[in-house]
Design a protein around this ligand. Structure first.
Ligand SMILES: C[S@@+](CC[C@H](N)C(=O)[O-])C[C@H]1O[C@@H](n2cnc3c(N)ncnc32)[C@H](O)[C@@H]1O
Length: 260
């Protein structure tokens, strides 16, 4: 069992609490409530993020023909994890999950229940060392074929713009043409006042500090790639399945782009 301190809130467990999960402790629930008080739409916002993840993976597997996924900043397993959505469409899909949080590692078994035709792997690794991530992921993924890099609600933990851009450049440089990058990111220009307070309360207590970016800043993370329609939008507005889904409040920008 990995070693982790349950008396200190952790972002993966607080996020689990916002999503209505059970893998959290008193300190996480306390911060969860404190942040929800700052931004009451947060529950809808994180659900909209998970729904975006599922629609993006469905698009990538069903429409773009992607069979390999590198999901960095995976989080504690919940409903519709990347491999479940992808393998429902293409059971031969291969998925590598990456997170640097020991509690996510402790749940890795749930992420490794691959369809027999495909493969799932878990890496206990840091996004800030993309070369190491790529080297280890190459045991499972063939970088000579297209890969979808999923960076869901994780790039806001890399506050420095140059570092964030360099990480994404390194990841995409290793991927074959026809690969994709999906990003969702907390927005500084949606519900600004409430989200600023939310992030302030979060950053007071968790080790991984979040930095909000505006729509232009999130769009710049896709530099050198070709955004697919509808571009960088509120995550609930990215190819929604219904008007109801599109109308969900969310404080996150999201988009999907192709390496040409
Ligand atoms: C807000 S959760 C998002 C979970 C999932 N991707 C989603 O969108 O539903 C962010 C996750 O990123 C992980 N994370 C944060 N910084 C990271 C880093 N530098 N390297 C790897 N994982 C990181 C956290 O441990 C956490 O599990």
């Amino acid at each position: 069992m990995p070693d982790f301190d349950t008396s200190v809130p952790h972002i993966a467990r607080v996020y689990d609490y916002w999503l209505g999960g059970k893998d959290n402790f008193a300190a996480d629930r306390e911060l969860g409530e404190k942040t929800l008080a700052a931004y009451p739409n947060l529950v809808f916002s994180v659900r909209a993020n998970r729904a975006f993840l599922a629609r993006a993976v469905r698009f990538l597997a069903a429409e773009a023909g992607i069979r390999q996924f590198l999901d960095i900043g995976t989080g504690i397993p919940t409903a519709n994890n990347t491999h479940q959505v992808a393998q429902r469409i293409a059971p031969q899909s291969r998925i590598v999950y990456v997170d640097n949080d020991p509690i996510v590692l402790s749940h890795a078994q749930a992420l490794l229940k691959s369809a027999p035709q495909g493969a799932c792997a878990y890496l206990d690794a840091d996004l800030r060392d993309p070369d190491m991530v790529l080297a280890a992921a190459a045991d499972t993924l063939d970088f000579g074929l297209p890969v979808a890099v999923m960076l869901m609600a994780v790039m806001h933990f890399v506050g420095d713009d140059d570092e964030a851009a360099a990480i994404i450049r390194t990841l995409t440089a290793a991927c074959a043409p026809g690969s994709f990058v999906t990003i969702s990111h907390v927005a500084s220009d949606i519900d600004t006042e409430q989200q600023t307070e939310l992030v302030r309360r979060l950053n007071q207590s968790v080790a991984e500090k979040a930095t909000m970016r505006d729509r232009a800043g999130v769009t710049r993370l896709f530099d050198g790639l070709e955004l697919v329609e509808p571009g960088v939008v509120r995550v609930s507005e990215w190819r929604p399945d219904s008007d109801l889904e599109a109308a969900s409040p969310t404080g996150l920008w999201g988009g999907v782009a192709r390496k040409v």
